[in-house]
Design a protein around this ligand. Structure first.
Ligand SMILES: NC(=O)c1ccc[n+]([C@@H]2O[C@H](COP(=O)([O-])OP(=O)(O)OC[C@H]3O[C@@H](n4cnc5c(N)ncnc54)[C@H](OP(=O)(O)O)[C@@H]3O)[C@@H](O)[C@H]2O)c1
Length: 318
């Protein structure tokens, strides 16, 4: 265990700033485990922070180089002295270091055992690494919306990382689920039992009748336009944090119930999501897997804005 290669941001900028660094393997504190990371999920916040945008960038601007990555799946290789939840050799996954520490784009990380869940047998590490942040966001967005079986819900960006999981969880509640996507993703949405809405068409927000609930995974002007889809008194949860205030204000002015959110770690929910993957009750679509050294390509592709499902990094073996 001599190498611990991470991909760091030495200064904010384009994807090309991501740089390999070799650091000492960290030691777990009392309540932590040391994980040999097998795969790390890529999320839009990683790219935004790399570009110097948002509160994670603000928080870390004096702590560069900073290693991004909140989603990890790997194998426990050492325990802290007070840590008994996991044994060496256990397969674990979780959302770690959120929202400001990150660190997942690494061969080895330490993490609080309380943030980790067990990866069931036969669930690939790539799938487990793709799931936590997006799955928790999807779950918690529907909770904030208090989605019920008799609701008609519109999910924006239904084919994206959060969206395709939110669609499936919403379908499981019994709700009548519609989701926006480009036409190339409409069959994909139908496979998930959602009704596709083409957001490239004019009047897309009002073309399918009135909705009780809007899950906004796009924000900005699209999020504002989508408010027209809701009935009076309808509920909107807007997920992108950078336009949260603008959208909640516009929604409140229209007599809607509006909430912003920041995803929170929740090991019970993460475990349930992993178990659903194992049982075949949830599917996670992997758009592409990249070697750690090619993370810049993952960022370029993510920033094009049309990822279906999730992009994941695979670690070089130690
Ligand atoms: N607040 C929080 O705690 C939190 C947590 C997680 C994510 N987020 C934020 O939530 C957003 C979604 O995250 P994500 O991981 O799901 O992103 P993502 O995977 O990158 O989303 C990609 C999807 O966005 C769709 N899309 C792009 N422009 C669109 C538009 N104008 N209307 C409808 N769909 C559009 C694309 O659909 P097509 O290819 O079909 O066009 C694509 O499938 C991001 O802004 C992210 O930063 C916030």
């Amino acid at each position: 265990m001599s190498n611990n290669v991470s991909l760091a941001i030495p200064q904010f900028g384009g994807p090309e700033v991501l740089t390999a660094v070799n650091r000492p393997i960290p030691s777990p504190s009392e309540e932590q485990v040391l994980i040999q990371v097998k795969a790390a999920g890529v999320n839009p916040i990683d790219a935004k922070t790399r570009a110097g945008l948002g509160w994670a960038a603000e928080h870390n601007q004096d702590k560069l180089p900073w290693v991004p990555g909140y989603d990890v799946a790997g194998v426990v290789v050492a325990n802290g002295t007070n840590e008994s939840k996991f044994d060496v050799g256990d397969r674990v996954a979780g959302m770690i270091g959120f929202p400001t520490e990150g660190g997942g784009y690494s061969q080895y990380v330490v993490a609080d055992a309380g943030l980790l869940s067990t990866v069931p047998p036969s669930v690939p590490m790539v799938d487990a690494a793709a799931l936590p942040l997006a799955g928790l966001t999807a779950w918690q967005a529907l909770e904030h919306a208090q989605l019920r079986a008799d609701d008609k819900v519109l999910i924006l960006a239904g084919a994206g990382g959060v969206g395709h999981l939110a669609v499936q969880l919403a379908v499981r509640t019994g709700a009548n689920v519609y989701a926006t996507a480009s036409p190339s993703n409409h069959d994909f949405l139908r496979q998930l039992d959602a009704k596709p809405v083409d957001y490239h068409q004019t009047h897309w927000a009002t073309a399918h009748g009135e909705f009780d609930v809007l899950i906004d995974l796009v924000g900005g002007e699209t999020g504002i336009d989508a408010l027209a889809s809701l009935r009076t008194g309808g509920r909107v949860v807007t997920v992108p944090t950078n336009t949260r205030d603008m959208i909640t204000s516009a929604a409140t002015e229209r007599g809607l119930k509006a909430t912003g959110m920041l995803v929170e770690p929740n090991t019970w929910q993460t475990q349930r999501l992993l178990d659903m993957l194992y049982q075949g009750d949830l599917r996670i679509d992997i758009a592409a897997v990249y070697p750690l050294a090619e993370a810049a390509q993952a960022h370029v592709a993510l920033e094009e804005g049309h990822t279906r499902g999730k992009r994941v990094l695979e670690m070089p073996s130690a």
